[in-house]
Ligand binder design. Structure first.
Ligand SMILES: Cc1cc2nc3c(=O)[nH]c(=O)nc-3n(C[C@H](O)[C@H](O)[C@H](O)COP(=O)(O)O)c2cc1C
Length: 192
């Protein structure tokens, strides 16, 4: 059995409510151990609908939201691949700028700078987010840092705010990508 560990970081964007059924459980079925960290707003959303507890039950690990105390050790094991999904426009911008003002961003910003563990990001954004004058610069900064950005029509066609056609996230394609970057046997792939 593989011991790959996925560090799933989720923010307050569409699809968040489905991460257990559509991402965490299928990843476990593919042989990943999954350690989940939520932004504070995402934590509020999943606390309100009971999903935070259910995620902890299926992963067997605490679902992190708040930072640990200085004398506490991390409750999560070492990570083989980070997946930020769904990534809000806000969280993408903060990652690009290195703003680590919550536990989720602290973890991912360190991983981006360390360049040891691959970081995959699925921005769940709309056309207005993409037209923000700083967006292209954020995406460029993350790409230059080696972040795997899942962008474009194949992943998420952009729609104007409040006009998206109720489309589900491409969960299977996202899982296929992390499987390709960190295969079940062996370390991170250098081909993607
Ligand atoms: C119901 C609802 C849905 C939202 N969906 C999105 C979304 O799909 N993408 C996005 O970038 N922001 C979305 N937002 C806005 C973010 O939740 C907001 O910018 C928040 O500050 C993000 O915080 P976080 O990045 O720390 O999780 C949504 C807000 C609400 C209330």
């Amino acid at each position: 059995m593989s011991t790959r560990t996925l560090g799933l970081v989720a923010s307050a964007a569409g699809g968040l409510e489905r991460i257990r059924s559509s991402l965490v459980e299928p990843a476990i079925a593919r042989g990943w151990r999954v350690a989940v960290t939520l932004t504070p707003t995402a934590g509020t959303w999943l606390e309100a609908n009971g999903e935070r507890t259910r995620i902890e039950q299926v992963t067997g690990l605490p679902c992190r939201v708040a930072p640990r105390l200085p004398d506490e050790s991390s409750p999560h094991p070492p990570i083989d691949c980070y997946l930020v999904c769904p990534a809000s426009a806000n969280t993408v911008a903060k990652m690009a700028l290195g703003l680590a003002d919550n536990q989720a961003l602290t973890t991912v910003c360190e991983a981006i700078g360390s360049r040891v563990v691959p970081v995959v990001v699925f921005p769940r954004i709309n056309a207005a987010h993409a037209r923000h004058p700083a967006w292209d610069s954020h995406i460029g900064a993350l790409q230059r840092a080696g972040v795997h950005l899942l962008l474009g029509e194949d992943y998420w066609p952009l729609h104007e705010p409040r006009s998206a056609p109720g489309k589900d996230l491409p969960w299977g394609k996202i899982l296929d990508t992390i499987d390709r970057i960190v295969p079940a046997h062996g370390g991170p792939s250098s081909t993607d």
